[in-house]
Write a protein that binds this ligand. Structure first.
Ligand code: MN
Length: 236
């Protein structure tokens, strides 16, 4: 048995609705600009006829479970929520056809892709990586995983409130690239693994939170997600 000089990282996992076993999380993938109205509010409209989807990743260590209270992150003045449908992969696959995409789906969840918007936009406009804007400690929030094996979600209300006030309200049927297309396209670049989560993108209405705020959101027919924002941590 290996001896380590410090403890190896823990297994990150999420509860699964209805069963005692947990969903061990592998990687966190995120689709950028996957609703037209959000792409437009970011000043970067999408033409599906000439563009392909794009992705970014966050470290699995950024994952927090719905219901958590997290500190306002350092080095931002504009911390944004993004409400997203999350696909949970249950079966390995590479170069998956759209037709075969369903067999790789374990289930779904409701997630928040928290974003340092100020840093993301600086990075975007200077042609730099997005990591500081996106790969944020406690910045990948996810509900329980809801088993929906081999099911395709192609519609359903997606909404988010801050302190009870509606900020985002759309429908998953407005995804530019749908669940089949995302699984198929992402699997051209990565060998998808059981435990991978794919955040499918946010609708319009993204905006800031401040310490003391409480975010609630949901994807109809899937799950709810909640997050509290507390004061910035002064721990080193
Ligand atoms: Mn997002």
């Amino acid at each position: 048995m290996a001896v380590y000089v410090f403890p190896p990282p823990p297994v990150f996992s999420l509860p699964i609705k209805g069963i005692g076993a947990r969903f061990a999380v592998q990687r966190l993938f995120f689709v950028g600009r996957n609703y037209h109205a959000h792409a437009q509010e970011m000043g970067k409209p999408v033409d599906k006829s000439t563009e392909r989807p794009f992705y970014f990743t966050k470290a699995t260590q950024t994952l927090v479970q719905s219901g958590a209270n997290v500190p306002y992150p350092p080095e931002t003045q504009n911390y944004h929520f993004e409400m997203e449908l999350v696909v949970a992969i249950g079966k390995a696959g590479f170069r998956i056809s759209q037709e075969n995409a369903p067999e790789h789906i374990y289930g779904y969840a409701a997630g928040l892709d928290m974003t340092r918007r100020d840093l993301q936009l600086v990075a975007r406009d200077k042609g730099r990586p997005w990591d500081l804007g996106k790969d944020i400690e406690h910045g990948s929030v996810c509900s329980e995983i809801v088993p929906m094996p081999e099911q395709i979600i192609d519609h359903g209300a997606i909404a988010l409130e801050v302190n009870g006030q509606t900020k985002q309200s759309s429908d998953v049927n407005k995804l530019i690239w749908n669940v089949r297309e995302i699984i198929s396209d992402l699997s051209l670049f990565y060998h998808l693994q059981p435990g991978d989560l794919i955040y499918t993108g946010t609708p319009e209405g993204v905006g800031p939170v401040v310490p003391g705020d409480r975010i609630t959101g949901r994807v109809e027919g899937v799950a709810e997600v909640a997050l509290g924002i507390s004061s910035a941590s002064d721990k080193r």
